[in-house]
Design a protein around this ligand. Structure first.
Ligand code: NAD
Length: 263
């Protein structure tokens, strides 16, 4: 029997087969999990449906997390279809790409509020609406980045949103622990995805990580999927409120590697 056999969970935030959410979905499905997916808007529906089918899922639901009723509706539908849930993956972030270059100090009030709403508050909303469906031992997972802890060029308001998201993980873990539900974040190294392509100089950032991370490479979707499997399965039954770095060790490095080539 596989690790996730009999476990049912929702993956939110797949845009295409480069998405971190998709890396997680593939790994979970290959270990026996039953999956449902959400998508944002009809264009992405056409991308997500065939991916869902390829891992045996036909439960594909619309959800713009900026709309509270849509979040509520998703979990009403899942209750009808499945009754209960074992895990939820939140792989969602948004900021105006015009403000993912240049300086943080120039962030507009409008984009600050939108970025924090979609990239941080939505996880709290998702946890609140799904917690009543979760089986004991259930696990929530969100995706974050090292720009929450240290200043990264161009990451700007997303760094602030991810810092708030990581703090939310700790507060949600404290709130939901009494129900034997766990809440964790996976801090992924840079990966070329649709969302990441909006960040200024992203190719440079990828090279920098490759040359300076202790493992001297960039992470893959499989790296992300395997660590998510750990956080979503009983293998991590005593772990909650944690931010796990899956970045080839980049976060432990204090200065540029002496032998790193110029970029
Ligand atoms: P992606 O573009 O593949 O996925 C982002 C997803 O967010 C998309 O599916 C998009 O539809 C969804 N989304 C945005 N606004 C939404 C809304 N209002 N309602 C519902 N969904 C919405 O990119 P990704 O890199 O796989 O991003 C997934 C998560 O991983 C994000 O939280 C991102 O910050 C995080 N992350 C990415 C990297 C990276 O380098 N790619 C590194 C660390 C963390």
């Amino acid at each position: 029997m596989s690790l996730m056999t009999g476990k049912k969970g929702l993956i939110m935030g797949v845009a295409n087969d480069h998405s971190l959410g998709w890396g997680i979905a593939k790994t979970l499905a290959s270990h026996g999990a039953s999956l449902a997916f959400t998508y944002q808007g009809d264009t992405l529906k056409r991308r997500v449906e065939p991916l869902a089918q390829s891992v045996g899922s036909s439960l594909v639901l619309p959800c713009d997390v900026g709309e509270e009723e849509q979040v509520e509706e998703v979990f009403k539908n899942l209750k009808k279809e499945w009754g209960t849930l074992d895990f939820v993956v939140h792989a969602i972030a948004f900021s105006d790409r015009e403000e993912l270059k240049g300086k943080y100090i120039d962030t507009s009030r409008r984009n600050f509020l939108t970025s924090l709403d979609i990239s941080c508050y939505s996880f709290t909303s998702v946890c609140r609406h799904s917690a009543p469906l979760m089986n004991a031992g259930g696990s929530f997972l969100t995706l974050t980045y090292y720009g929450a802890e240290k200043v990264m060029p161009h990451y700007n308001v997303m760094g602030v949103a991810k810092a708030a998201l990581e703090a939310s993980v700790r507060y949600l873990a404290a709130d939901l622990g009494v129900h034997n539900l766990r809440v964790n974040a996976l801090s992924a190294g840079p990966v070329k995805t649709l969302a990441a392509s909006g960040i200024g100089d992203f190719r440079y950032i990828l090279k920098w990580n490759q040359y300076n991370a202790p493992l001297h490479r960039n992470i893959t979707l499989d790296d992300v999927g395997r660590s998510a499997l750990y956080l979503l399965s009983e293998l991590s039954s005593g772990v909650t409120g944690e931010v796990l770095h899956v970045d080839n060790g980049y976060h432990v490095v204090g200065m540029k590697s002496i032998d790193a080539p110029d970029i």
